[in-house]
Design a protein around this ligand. Structure first.
Ligand SMILES: NC(=O)c1ccc[n+]([C@@H]2O[C@H](COP(=O)([O-])OP(=O)(O)OC[C@H]3O[C@@H](n4cnc5c(N)ncnc54)[C@H](O)[C@@H]3O)[C@@H](O)[C@H]2O)c1
Length: 268
């Protein structure tokens, strides 16, 4: 990764920040993209202390013009793009029947459209470098998770988009990877949207028992380096994806029962 230029969206926390640290530590030039300027500056300061060569760009991935600016500023500073990691994401927890449509739209705008916009503007440069596009998806992109209709829809859509892009580019040298972490300790469950669009403000799970963002970043780093097609990161996840294809009704029941047991679950 020495001197490769890596753009990471949602890079001020969790998996995105851990990826920035990992790729930066391996000699890459890292472009941090995040919405909140204070969080972005804080992450940039921490990474600069590790002597990582970086550019910080304020970017709300749900806005086309921000994504275009992100790619333009990257190319102005570094002259190329080698890897784009579409990591920015938001979740939700509410039954569809109770959920305001604006919640589903917001989740789609960030998780799906954010990926499409960034990829669109970066693609000419990625084709030149025969680089990599990564989508940080989820098991929710393989299985329809209850109380996560918008989240599952956004990750299925992201995966469909990236799978089609990969097929379209079989002869161009572009590498496309879908990474599906299992439960990973982060803010994603705290910031998940409720039925009215407010943040949940708490996690229904024991975060300390989950994979760490650093572990996920190591897998993503290895996946990009060896140009893997997909990464499903936990044994439980691998099993669920595999069995979900063979025995969909059985897996639906398992998923329902498991998620109905979460302390604040709306599923009955
Ligand atoms: N943590 C998990 O259990 C888990 C599991 C599977 C997949 N994922 C996926 O991993 C990715 C990273 O999530 P995380 O777990 O590190 O949580 P996180 O909340 O720490 O990271 C998400 C990042 O995206 C940013 N973001 C949200 N909306 C944005 C926008 N409009 N523009 C730019 N940035 C925006 C957030 O500010 C945050 O920095 C997400 O796409 C998530 O869906 C997480």
């Amino acid at each position: 990764m020495k001197n490769k230029v890596i753009i990471i969206t949602g890079a001020s926390s969790g998996i995105g920040k851990a990826c920035a640290e990992k790729f930066g530590a391996m000699g890459a030039k890292v472009v941090l993209a995040a919405r909140n300027i204070n969080n972005l500056n804080e992450a940039a300061t921490q990474l600069q202390k590790l002597n990582i060569d970086l550019l910080a760009v304020q970017c709300d991935v749900s806005k086309k013009e921000d994504c275009e600016k992100l790619i333009n500023e990257t190319v102005s500073k570094y002259g190329k793009v080698d890897v784009l990691i579409n990591n920015a994401g938001i979740s939700m927890r509410a039954l569809f029947n109770d959920t305001d449509l604006s919640v589903i739209e917001r989740v789609m705008n960030i998780n799906f459209w954010g990926t499409v916009y960034c990829t669109k503007y970066a693609l000419p440069y990625l084709l030149q470098s025969k680089g990599s596009v990564v989508g940080v998806s989820s098991i929710a992109g393989y299985l329809g998770l209850p109380a996560r209709t918008g989240y599952s829809a956004s990750k299925y859509a992201m995966q469909g988009f990236l799978d089609a892009l990969r097929t379209e580019n079989l002869k161009t040298g572009l590498h496309v990877m879908v990474a599906c972490p299992g439960f990973t300790a982060s803010n994603i469950r705290n910031t998940a949207l409720s039925s009215d669009g407010s943040a949940q403000g708490e996690s229904p799970r024991k975060e300390e028992k989950m994979m760490t963002a650093e572990e996920v970043a190591n897998y993503i780093y290895k996946g990009v380096s060896s140009r893997k097609r997909t990464l499903v990161l936990t044994t439980e996840g691998k099993l669920a994806v595999f069995l979900g294809k063979l025995f969909p009704k059985f897996i639906e029941k398992q998923v329902f029962n498991k998620m109905a047991k979460e302390p604040d679950s709306p599923i009955k």
